[in-house]
Design a protein around this ligand. Structure first.
Ligand code: GLP
Length: 243
């Protein structure tokens, strides 16, 4: 696994955005998958600027969302569908159309959401580049602690850590019980996987994910098994890699 360390979040984000833009430039109909959460927001904003400047074609790439809070929808600030729209698609003038798949956290039939994601991946996959954040417990997407390395797209209950930390995304208290996510299998099948982490508060879990032997107790450690994974870290997140 390639580990790239940058002096700060801004430099880390710039490099990761350039790498994503490069994938789309080489393959304009690439399938990309971006995590929501706070870490990739500046990457999305940078991609918008790149697209406006014509640095990569914006009209053909395909998109699939990484995960979603079950029970939240496009009007809920903090949901994946809302935040990817706000920071990425809307500012590029892109509609959520047939070349994009978003999990609908409000759907009554979650199995149909799982089937929809799988059908989209069967038609357009594998993912060309997947951009992941890392939860404080090591989750990627909503692949929580204990997720099998061959797990598929699915709904699963959220860890207490994810529920507690997740409150940071919402202005008002929310009931956060379960999530729907792209599975570890799809992450391993992605042609490129980028893990982004910023700030010293992630340093412990980043060390466990990148330096300790891979274990299902630390979901992000699956990336050590990925043939083309890159970790983009700021100095804070990388601080314990040699400890
Ligand atoms: C969230 C999401 C993940 C995200 C992670 C880290 O709960 N399920 O997709 O990558 O936690 O989020 P942040 O970047 O805000 O630390």
């Amino acid at each position: 696994m390639d580990i790239r360390i940058f002096p700060n979040h801004e430099a880390m984000t710039a490099a990761a955005a350039d790498a994503v833009a490069g994938v789309i430039t080489r393959k304009p109909d690439a399938l990309i998958c971006l995590a929501a959460g706070h870490t990739p927001v500046d990457l999305m904003k940078r991609l918008v600027v790149h697209a406006r400047e014509g640095k990569f074609p914006k009209d053909r790439f395909r998109f699939i969302s990484l995960d979603e809070w079950v029970g939240l929808g496009p009007k809920d600030s903090g949901s994946c569908i809302h935040d990817v729209g706000k920071y990425f698609l809307d500012d590029m003038g892109l509609e959520r159309g047939a070349r994009m798949f978003f999990f609908d956290g409000l759907a009554k039939d979650m199995q149909a959401q799982i089937d929809g994601a799988k059908a989209f991946l069967a038609a357009h996959g594998p993912i060309d580049v997947i951009v992941l954040g890392i939860g404080m417990n090591g989750h990627i997407g909503f692949n929580e602690v204990g997720s099998a390395f061959d797990s598929d797209v699915r709904v699963l209950p959220l860890d207490e850590t994810s529920k507690t930390v997740g409150a940071k995304y919402f202005d008002t208290p929310r009931t956060l019980e379960s999530g729907i996510t792209i599975g570890m299998r799809q992450i391993l099948e992605a042609k490129k996987a980028f893990l982004l982490a910023s700030s010293a508060k992630k340093a412990d879990i980043v060390r466990q994910a990148l330096k300790d032997p891979p274990t299902e107790r630390v979901p992000a450690s699956v990336l050590q098994k990925h043939p083309a994974a890159t970790a983009f870290l700021d100095a804070g997140a990388a601080a314990k890699l040699n400890g």
